[in-house]
Design a protein around this ligand. Structure first.
Ligand code: ADP
Length: 671
């Protein structure tokens, strides 16, 4: 965004007019009074220093920045829930439960935002009543009037108001009597008394009897506005907009950002997004003090200024990825941004005056909740999104990704279709992901290649372009991924596990071997501490239960056992591989191969009990994608499995295990 006053080359004669121009620009712009005062002071300072100095440039940049911030410029919210629902459905396939939760969240938010504070104005002078009603309605309050105390009491019998503004001297029922009656019946209703006959004594008396304030006539509009605002901020009737911040969690490419965009579209707000990944410095959030020429505000204020509105939908992407070596406390800086009690006075170091962020709708995204600081997590309403099945991906590709890619590649004039087989081939052989990013890229790649072909040798107009498994293979080349399980041989000492990472579910293999040695347990494959301990616990459990499993009690004597988890460059950790490690060891010691097509997950205790683990849906999806026939889960995860859609549980056998001994026969193939 450009500043509003471009700097000219310094010409001493022109300086006064430049300063005047700046002063006028500051006064013309809508901004809170205190900010205007500060800026005018800055302009005065500028007029006294040399335009050639760095200080002058810093000052002018500062004034320019503040003058062009959207101080009170907001877009009007669309409060139509049907439209919001239609847009969410238009932009996204499936995700029914998630859309439901978003709509509920929006409904509550809109309800709170649309609830106006109610004010009753009581005065026997028609002009005062009408003036106050006009001014306060423009401030966004719902204002009713009564022409005297008696009429006010009648109205108050039927409904409650957040605030009553009453004249003091009125026939029959005067302001003080009205005040007493209101405080006796609805003490949470605030009362402001106005009068042309103000004396200190009556003012003190009114305050003692519970009135919020006492304003003398003739009324000054600014005083009325600010007193009303203070009274309503204090009162119990204040509109509470403290609703939690939505936080979408799940693997990449699953639609978190695009849901945020749809929310903005459905509310008719602007959408802005910053990624917190790798942010290292509190100044990224709060900005730098303007002590040098290049100093800038933090990213929040920068984006708000770019959006040119003070109420965009603001996505804080990858909130779990804030740099580990963050200077300062990211949680407290972000809390100040997200807390509705603090963010109306957000202090950016560069601005040096509070900026009201309370009208911004913040949405956060994260891959996992594990690394989000606890105080922040408490402010979030976490909505977890898991990966898509192949069927869901095909559906999304047909309805959203292909039409978009066709348009982007300039193939609008052609009917482009993909057969289901072609899409399944792309998904299975050219992508390995829980979300849709790679699929989107591959479809775009097919479209671009078609465009290139067309330019080389134009397709006749109206040619239907049908992508089949063969054409996809011809365009994209041989697949990069293959289902590892199909065709793989069962092996002794090697078990198949289900793991869960930030990018979704995964299949892992655990390999074990033994050799002559000195009773050592060797662990390799970039295992984290927790995984190493799981391996030790699994070995100890088997050593102490040799009889149960029919193994020689002294199998460890004079031997080394080596456990390896391939893909050694990728660090792995977590307790959920305990069961898989134990099965690999049992297979090794019993010399019975593990079934490759049987995958498992579960934490194992020293007594052989299997404890529940996380990421169940992602693990099941990964198992299906890898061609696993039987998946074994901890018995205590049965409720998670029950919640999963039946279509995902089709064509895979699911077993539950409470203890290692429950399932080892199912996993070990007959020798
Ligand atoms: P994330 O923010 O989770 O990494 P994105 O929102 O960038 O993911 O989504 C990646 C792509 O997949 C986008 O083009 C998005 O429109 C599309 N997408 C994801 N989920 C859906 C869905 N349920 N329906 C339609 N398109 C989707």
């Amino acid at each position: 965004m450009k500043g509003i006053f471009g700097r000219k080359e310094t010409d001493p004669d022109e300086i006064p007019s430049e300063i005047e121009e700046i002063r006028r620009a500051v006064m013309d712009r809508q901004m809170p009074e205190p900010v205007e005062k500060i800026l005018l002071k800055e302009v005065d300072k500028l007029s006294k220093i040399s335009p050639a100095s760095a200080e002058y440039t810093i000052g002018i940049n500062y004034i320019d920045y503040l003058t062009t911030l959207p101080w009170g410029t907001c877009t009007d919210d669309n409060l139509d829930m049907d439209r919001a629902e239609k847009i969410l459905n238009q932009d996204h396939c499936g995700l029914d439960k998630i859309k439901e939760r978003i709509l509920e969240h929006l409904a509550v938010r809109l309800m709170k935002l649309s609830a106006k504070n109610t004010i009753l104005v009581v005065d026997d002078e028609r002009l005062t009543r009408e003036n106050l009603q006009h001014v306060l309605t423009r401030e966004g309050y719902e204002v009713s009037c009564a022409e005297g105390g008696a009429r006010a009491l009648e109205i108050l019998e039927t409904r409650r108001f957040d605030l009553v503004i009453t004249d003091l001297k009125m026939d029959k029922v005067d302001g003080m009597t009205l005040l007493d009656r209101i405080k006796a019946v609805t003490p949470s209703t605030e009362v402001i008394i106005i009068t042309g006959y103000a004396t200190v004594l009556t003012a003190v008396d009114a305050i003692k009897r519970g009135s919020f304030h006492f304003i003398a006539k003739p009324l000054k509009l600014d005083e009325v506005r600010s007193t009303v605002k203070k009274a309503l901020d204090k009162g119990a009737g204040t509109v509470d907009i403290k609703s939690p911040v939505l936080c979408f969690t799940g693997p990449p490419g699953i639609g978190k950002t695009s849901l945020g965009k749809s929310i903005a579209r459905s509310l008719k707000r602007k959408f802005v997004r910053i990624s917190l990944a790798g942010m290292r410095d509190e100044a990224d959030i709060r900005g730098h003090r303007r002590s040098y020429v290049g100093a800038l505000p933090g990213r929040l204020i920068q984006e708000i200024r770019r959006a040119e509105t003070c109420n965009p939908v603001f996505m804080l992407d990858e909130i779990d990825k804030i740099g580990q070596d963050f200077k300062g406390d990211p949680a407290s800086a972000l809390l100040e941004v997200l807390d509705p009690h603090q963010n109306s006075q957000f202090m950016d170091n560069y601005l040096d005056v509070p900026y009201d962020l309370s009208r911004v709708m913040f949405i956060a995204t994260a891959n996992t909740v594990g690394r989000i600081p606890r105080p922040l997590l408490d402010r979030f309403e976490v909505i977890h999104m898991s990966g898509y099945t192949v069927g869901e991906k095909v559906n999304i590709a047909l309805r959203h990704l292909i039409p978009r890619a066709r348009k982007d590649a300039g193939l609008d004039a052609f009917t482009l279709t993909f057969t289901e087989g072609a899409l399944r081939k792309i998904i299975r052989e050219h992508t390995r992901e829980a979300g849709l990013r790679e699929l989107e890229r591959q479809i775009s790649s097919v479209c671009r290649k078609l465009t290139r072909k067309h330019l080389k040798q134009p397709f006749p107009p109206q040619t239907p372009l049908e992508m089949t498994q063969e054409t996809v293979e011809a365009l994209l080349g041989p697949g990069r991924y293959h289902i590892e399980i199909a065709g793989a041989k069962d092996r002794i000492g090697c078990s198949t596990g289900l793991a869960w990472t930030e990018t979704g579910g995964e299949i892992i293999f655990i390999e074990t071997t033994r050799m002559l040695g000195t009773n050592r347990l060797i662990l390799t494959g970039s295992l984290g501490d927790v995984m190493k301990e799981s391996a030790q616990a699994a070995l100890s459990y088997i050593r102490s239960h040799t009889e149960l499993f029919g193994i020689a009690p002294d199998f460890f004597n004079g031997q080394d056992i080596h456990i390896h988890v391939p893909a050694g460059a990728i660090p792995k950790d977590g307790p959920s591989a305990g069961l898989t490690i134990a099965m690999a060891l049992l297979s090794l010691l019993k010399k019975a191969p593990c079934r490759r097509d049987t995958a498992m997950t579960g934490e194992m205790t020293l007594s052989g009990r299997i404890l529940p683990v996380g990421g169940i849906k992602e693990k099941l999806l990964a198992a299906k994608a890898a061609g696993i026939k039987t998946a074994i889960f901890p018995a205590k995860n049965q409720a998670d499995i029950d919640e999963i859609d039946e279509s995902i549980k089709k064509n895979i056998r699911i077993l539950f295990a409470g203890e290692l001994s429950d399932i080892h026969d199912q996993v070990l193939a007959a020798t």
